[in-house]
Design a protein around this ligand. Structure first.
Ligand SMILES: [Zn+2]
Length: 90
């Protein structure tokens, strides 16, 4: 029988990003959110683990309201599949 110290050293820490049960209607969206959300602040580059990222959708765009605990930047990060960009003549 393994001693309790050996078992404790292999125990995983609690998951801070717990997913809902797989059968819930929003489970696939929750999973995509964890995979696709911004991981680093677009302003200072620090990890957003201590910040806030909330997601909503506008048509086909996924909008991540983001707050950075390191520099206090707040803004939207938008994921999209295609972009139409107009470039002025020069
Ligand atoms: Zn920042």
């Amino acid at each position: 029988m393994p001693d309790p110290v050996t078992l404790a050293s292999h125990a995983l820490p609690p998951d801070p990003h717990k997913l809902p049960p797989a059968g819930e209607w929003f489970a696939p969206d929750a999973e995509r959110h964890l995979l696709d959300r911004p991981k680093f602040c677009p302003m200072c580059g620090e990890s957003l683990e201590r910040g806030l990222t909330s997601e909503w959708w506008t048509a086909n765009e996924r909008v991540f309201l983001t707050w950075c605990a390191a520099c206090r930047w707040t803004g939207n990060v938008v994921r999209f599949d295609k972009a139409i960009i107009e470039e002025p003549e020069h």
